[in-house]
Write a protein of this length. Structure first.
Length: 271
């Protein structure tokens, strides 16, 4: 089993670092890079071995001409913060809102291509096309990432209410992603309590590794968003069902933190 890290944005906010729109977590790269470095290191200490660089919003669309040096900086910070034998993933996200597939641009190819090429050149070990609710845009990003020759993973989202994609739609998307070169397919930023049907659909659809990094759901579920001693254990309870269903890549998303990743270590085989 592969253990991913957790969210940057949630942890930046928890440490008092602003995440203003439209830059979101990318703001910290220029203003508080040590906070980003510390978060990566904390996830490594919790047990994660694949770490996603803070490139979710380092795109021309959000940053203008400053996008390229900040994207390179994000990769460098991540690389320096984690052990040398861990893998660094470059994040390639929707060009607009990851919960608004209706905002997906008509022609996103050139923007996804330029980020994919930069992340490959910057030395990322894999490219993670993540949090896509719009299948068409996702497949373009996956194709451009795979064309770099760097290992590419695809991750789709059904959103905070698990209603932007149905499990069967995600299964169809997974098949297309694998045809385009994705070497793993994941689901992310869906409430942990709603993730299992999507995992089951993905496992039935494709013959590549399947993974999940869910969010903490609604606040009343007590899995995250604010410190709670029971949150990581509640998250682990859901993750155990994903593992039993066939998922072999696990991490966490919005509302969680290093303690949730630490809890997932219980699912690792004994050494």
């Amino acid at each position: 089993m592969i253990l991913l890290d957790g969210p940057l944005g949630t942890q930046l906010l928890a440490r008092g670092v602003p995440t203003p729109i439209p830059l979101w977590s990318a703001w910290a790269l220029e203003h508080q890079p040590e906070a980003v470095r510390s978060i990566h290191a904390d996830y490594a200490a919790a047990g994660a071995t694949v770490h996603t660089a803070n490139t979710f919003r380092t795109k021309r669309r959000q940053l203008g001409p400053d996008w390229e040096p900040l994207a390179r900086l994000a990769v460098s910070i991540c690389r320096q913060a984690v052990p040398s034998d861990h893998r660094v993933a470059g994040s390639i996200a929707p060009l607009e809102d990851c919960y608004r597939p209706d905002l997906s641009p008509a022609d996103p190819r050139s923007e996804h291509r330029e980020l994919a090429l930069l992340l490959a050149e910057a030395g990322c070990d894999l490219l993670l096309c993540e949090t896509f609710p719009h299948v068409g845009e996702a497949l373009i990003a996956i194709e451009e990432a795979a064309n770099t020759g760097v290992e590419t993973w695809a991750s789709f989202t059904a959103g905070p209410e698990a209603d932007l994609l149905r499990p069967e739609q995600m299964a169809d998307a997974a098949r297309a992603a694998v045809d385009l070169g994705a070497r793993a397919v994941l689901i992310n930023c869906v409430p942990a309590s709603a993730t299992l049907p999507f995992i089951q659909a993905l496992v039935a659809a494709v013959q590549v590794p399947i993974g999940a990094y869910a969010n903490a759901g609604h606040a009343e579920e007590l899995m995250g968003w604010s410190p709670s001693p029971q949150g990581p254990g509640l998250y682990l309870r859901h993750a155990r069902t994903w593992r039993e269903a066939g998922a072999s890549i696990l991490g966490s998303c919005c509302g969680t933190g290093p303690a949730h990743i630490g809890a997932l270590r219980d699912l690792l085989p004994p050494t």
